[in-house]
Design a protein around this ligand. Structure first.
Ligand code: GCB
Length: 625
């Protein structure tokens, strides 16, 4: 019996005003203070590696959705968490002595996966909480645990199954898994989610970003069944050095020390079997013969079988090494120049968050057409579909933590949030051969607190994954005609990323001809951003801002300048496709899109596309490899 059903209105003869007064005096405190039932405790979500390789029950589709700008579905009038919030998915009954003021079944649905902003005109600018509800049928099985897998929910989210709280999560671009084994029952079940994309001063990212704050269950949601003891995370990669050795580890959740783990690569007739220690981890190291290394030219992926007790996963993994030597980046031991482009997770043609295989193939297909061997997936971790496509298509990836512009760098809880998002990013994506760089941050202010914050993040990333390189996109200083890269953060990086906008935010395209570069670090440098805005189809003279010609001119002059930087080892101009940003209101030109794309949001290629394409295909920019 819920708290509503246990109440009967006691003063039926009283006037309406008196009734309301009595109700608010008696009923509301009882309801809001949760005397009848406390919110049920929930456990923290877990990270699953290779979640998309497990059989899953999809929960994608229409979810009943209720807008709740004041979050009154979760908080009482005195702002206390309700025991009888909308997560109960209550259905009004004829003899109820009180009104039920929400009904998911009557609420217009939203599609999952999908941002809400581009699904309804009235939600385009919405920032706040929205409730979602979805019914599903499930038949529990013996010795089976069930996880609710959420591809991403921007930015904070709360989940309940059959009215029982199962987890909370913060961070809008990483996947997480909430155990729901105890909450489901045989037959009809329902899941309710509250998702809130309010920007927070102590969030990661913080208040200011140059992209649309797309809210909602933006990536796929499913149910994943696993045995009692199961493989939650694993890391399998090629060891650096001459011999072909696969190394890494497999972690089991809830298994006894001594439990056996098997890893097999059938195509190489390679197999190893080992046991887990007290920490639940089995250390993996075994030689392979005849391995074809993964590279952009040969994006070879191997089926890899992992087995432990009742659990098994078949992943598709490429094997390659990545390291630096002086100012070189070595892929499989050989110098590589990264011909790249920066990409937002903006859906081509329809706008909104990219989240389908088709979105990934379109975006990365354009990058291939441009002649790229590298993409910077800015400014947050992109989803599995994008990383799988990069593995398949042979594109090296810069994967980025959403530590963007100014955060509260002196706030320990903000650090924990960034660190947790990094753990989720690495934990989920660590077996993608495509990813070579973990980027810690983008254009952060050079302060002591910031440096300490990001150095600590970099140490965390190294501790989690020592097989890849650490980078960040730094700001540059200007002295006369010289651009100086000496941000103290450079010390903590393997590869220096630098953003500059010569010819757009400063000077004219020709200013690049006389710009010199001083890099304080003898490390590889990637020009992680440069470019300028152009409206597709707008033509004029090279000097006319916003025309395709002006943007093309920036690229021409930039390419000459970049070739004069001896330690340049890659570039990812800003950016592949126009993307929505509220910071870009110029009517008739921007119309709330950042227009620095080489392609418009509707797929129209601008003149600069061919300039860069030519330089990439004939290798006239960068060191030939
Ligand atoms: C930058 C930011 C990027 C912006 C871009 C711009 O430096 O890193 O997020 O969108 O400039 O267009 O100004």
């Amino acid at each position: 019996m819920d708290s509503f059903q246990s109440l009967r209105f006691p003063f039926s003869g009283a006037s309406l005003a008196v009734k309301i007064f009595i109700l608010s005096a008696i009923v509301a405190p009882i309801l809001s203070h949760g005397i009848s039932a406390q919110p049920s405790p929930a456990s923290a979500p877990i990270i699953l590696t290779g979640a998309d390789r497990r059989p899953a029950i999809s929960l994608n589709g229409d979810w009943g959705a209720i807008l709740d700008p004041y979050f009154s579905g979760l908080f009482s009038f005195h702002h206390q968490e309700k025991a009888n919030g909308w997560f109960l998915n209550r259905k009004a009954k004829p003899d109820d002595p009180f009104p039920t003021e929400y009904d998911f079944a009557k609420a217009p649905p939203l599609k999952v996966p999908g941002d809400w902003n581009t699904q309804r005109d009235s939600l385009l600018y919405y920032e706040g909480p929205i409730w979602y509800e979805h019914d599903f049928t499930y038949h529990p099985k013996e010795n089976t645990r069930l996880y609710l897998h959420v591809g991403a929910a921007n930015y904070r989210s709360w989940f309940w199954v059959n009215g029982k709280k199962v987890c909370e999560h913060e961070g809008g671009f990483t996947s997480f898994n909430c155990e729901v084994t105890q909450a489901v029952h045989d037959g009809a079940n329902f899941v309710v989610a509250a998702v809130d994309n309010t920007r927070l001063e102590d969030g990661v990212p913080g208040l200011e970003t140059d992209w649309w704050n797309y809210g909602g269950l933006t990536r796929a949601v499913s149910l994943i069944e696993v045995p009692r003891a199961f493989i939650d995370q694993y890391d399998l990669h090629l060891a650096r050095g001459e011999d072909a050795n696969i190394e890494g580890w497999v972690h089991l959740e809830d298994a006894q020390p001594g439990a056996t783990v098997e890893v097999e690569i059938p195509a190489l007739s390679a197999r190893t079997s080992t046991t887990i220690g007290d920490d639940g981890r089995a250390v993996i190291r075994f030689p392979v013969q005849g391995l074809e290394r993964w590279s952009p030219d040969t994006p070879k992926l191997y089926k890899v079988n992992l087995r432990a007790g009742q659990d098994a996963i078949e992943d598709l993994i490429g094997f390659r090494t990545i390291e630096t030597r002086g100012t070189e980046i070595l892929l499989n031991g050989k110098p590589v120049f990264l011909r790249g482009i920066a990409i937002h997770a903006e859906a081509p043609y329809r706008t909104g968050r990219a989240n389908t295989d088709k979105d990934a193939e379109t975006l990365l297909g354009w990058a291939k057409e441009l002649g790229c061997n590298f993409v910077r997936l800015a400014h947050y971790p992109h989803d599995e579909t994008m990383l799988r496509a990069a593995d398949r298509m042979g594109l090296l990836v810069w994967s980025e933590n959403p530590v963007y512009w100014a955060l509260q760098f002196d706030n320990a809880s903000v650090f924990q949030k960034a660190e947790h998002q990094l753990e989720e990013e690495i934990g989920t994506s660590r077996n993608h051969a495509a990813i070579i760089l973990w980027s810690m941050a983008n254009e952060t202010p050079n302060t002591e607190a910031r440096t300490h914050f990001i150095e600590s993040l970099a140490s965390k990333a190294r501790a989690l994954d020592s097989s890849r390189l650490i980078t960040a996109a730094l700001l540059v200083r200007t002295q006369g005609n010289t651009k100086i890269v000496d941000d103290t953060l450079g010390q903590a990086l393997d590869v220096i990323g630098t953003n500059e906008y010569v010819g757009w935010y400063e000077g004219h395209p020709e200013s690049a001809d006389t710009t010199e570069w001083h890099i304080a670090y003898q490390k590889p440098l990637i020009m992680s951003e440069f470019g300028g805005g152009a409206k597709a189809g707008l033509h004029g003279a090279d000097q006319d801002r916003w025309t395709e010609e002006y943007q093309a001119s920036i690229y021409r002059h930039q390419l000459g300048m970049l070739n004069r930087i001896p330690q340049l080892r890659g570039m990812s101009p800003w950016c592949l496709m126009d993307f929505r940003s509220p910071n870009r209101p110029l009517t008739g030109i921007q119309d709330e899109f950042n227009r620095k794309g080489l392609i418009s949001d509707q797929g129209q290629k601008k003149a600069a596309f061919s300039i860069l394409q030519k330089a990439y295909l004939d290798k006239s920019v960068g060191k030939p490899d």
